[in-house]
Design a protein. Structure first.
Length: 174
């Protein structure tokens, strides 16, 4: 295993709120769109050299017409250290990309855990990319995907995952 040049030294939750929807109808498909999940980040260097503070707020509070099992807000703050030998002009991009990615992975698990204790199936947020969008190129084909959001934009619930995936079995090739 090779260590990443960006290490999470500590993190904590500054806000956590989950509400089970009383109007959720489990017999009707959920209407949760990944684009309705609001993610805000704040990234800044600390007073200590090679140390960064990254805040990430993940919020899902759609309108009343959305058939969703839960509404939530979660905010995390992480403290990161960049390896002293890392290329100085690439440090900010490293932190801007990987800091929120690491915290979002933690947020996904916290949301799944909290909603797993509710009356409905747990929510599993889609994975997200914090890599900056590429600069448009006239030579790129029109059909190249540039978004990490699935085509249907749906959030996955545990009951929607095939048993072979939710039980951690490796999928087999047919």
């Amino acid at each position: 295993m090779k260590l990443s040049p960006l290490q999470l030294e500590n993190y904590f939750v500054t806000e956590s709120h989950v509400t089970a929807s009383r109007d959720f109808n489990a017999s009707v498909p959920t209407d949760v769109q990944a684009t309705e999940i609001i993610v805000d980040k704040d990234i800044k260097p600390t007073d200590i050299e090679h140390r960064w503070e990254v805040s990430l707020r993940v919020q899902f509070t759609p309108g009343p017409d959305v058939n969703t099992p839960y509404f939530f807000t979660l905010e995390l703050v992480g403290f990161f250290r960049v390896d002293d030998g890392y290329i100085p002009d690439r440090v900010e991009r490293l932190v801007q990309t990987n800091g929120p990615t690491i915290l979002f992975g933690i947020a996904r698990e916290i949301i799944r855990n909290l909603t797993g204790h509710g009356p409905h199936a747990p929510m599993l947020l889609p994975t997200a990319s914090f890599v900056p969008d590429p600069i448009p190129s006239t030579s790129a084909p029109d059909d190249v995907a540039t978004s990490a959001v699935p085509e249907d934009g749906k959030v996955v619930r545990d009951e929607d995952v095939p048993p072979s995936v939710s039980s951690c079995e490796a999928p087999t090739a047919e």
